[in-house]
Design a protein around this ligand. Structure first.
Ligand SMILES: NC(=O)c1ccc[n+]([C@@H]2O[C@H](COP(=O)([O-])OP(=O)(O)OC[C@H]3O[C@@H](n4cnc5c(N)ncnc54)[C@H](OP(=O)(O)O)[C@@H]3O)[C@@H](O)[C@H]2O)c1
Length: 198
């Protein structure tokens, strides 16, 4: 398969590329990385990336961010940023990809544990993650004759917690999360939210 990974230079992106590369042709994209350029918050940039990428059998998105801050500190601009970036960025990746990904191909998005397990400071991220999951389930219904659409919901990733100096005992390794993306690409599933947690 020819697979595009958006967010290729990040923790999960690098792990997914390492896992999938021996078997598939994998190309990467991000805002500042060495491969294809894309800014998920800019729909024109997504269209340009698809045009540059050529034919694809699968797209994996592990890019896009949302703002972590206490509710009483979140500004309108923080919600705008979060919605435009991790939510609408991934929605537009699907909308713009329907004519670009080969029939029978797949697109795999990313949510996160805060969709189901909220914590203080995570309101904008919970909102975005839950939106990604709801969108993917509905889009999968409508696109079922064209594309499979799934979401991976990572739990806290051990390497991220370690970088933040936090206890990672109950966290999931990035290599285990990468296996959830492999499942979404290689197995005939659609409309699923695949949890990757310890
Ligand atoms: N790590 C965790 O503990 C964890 C837990 C739950 C969920 N998640 C989710 O998993 C995903 C990946 O996490 P990660 O830890 O691998 O993140 P990361 O290490 O920060 O990497 C993010 C990647 O996305 C790219 N990116 C960021 N904003 C972008 C944009 N607007 N357009 C295009 N590319 C963009 C970055 O490259 P550029 O800067 O070059 O664009 C980078 O390649 C995120 O959605 C995150 O919320 C992570």
């Amino acid at each position: 398969m020819r697979i595009l990974v958006v967010g290729a230079t990040g923790l999960l992106g690098k792990e997914i590329i390492q896992l999938m590369s021996p078997k598939h042709e994998v190309i990467g994209a991000s805002r500042n990385g060495p491969a294809l350029k894309v800014d998920l918050s800019d729909q024109g940039s997504i269209v340009a990336m698809y045009n540059d990428a050529g034919p694809l059998d699968a797209v994996i998105c592990v890019g896009g961010t949302a703002k972590f801050a206490p509710l009483d500190e979140l500004q309108d601009s923080d919600f705008d940023f979060s919605l435009a970036n991790k939510l609408m960025g991934q929605v537009n990746l699907v909308r713009c990809g329907t004519q670009k990904i080969n029939p029978g191909g797949s697109i795999t998005l990313t949510s996160g544990t805060l969709a189901q397990h909220p914590m203080p400071g995570g309101a904008a991220i919970s909102l975005v993650n839950a939106g990604v999951e709801a969108f993917a389930r509905a889009a999968a219904l409508e696109l079922r004759d064209m594309l499979r659409v799934n979401v991976v919901s990572p739990g806290w990733v051990a390497e991220s917690l370690q970088m933040m100096g936090r206890d990672a005992t109950d966290a999931v390794r990035a290599s285990v999360v990468a296996q959830a993306y492999r499942k979404c690409v290689e197995e005939n599933i659609s409309g699923q939210v695949v949890t990757a947690a310890r």
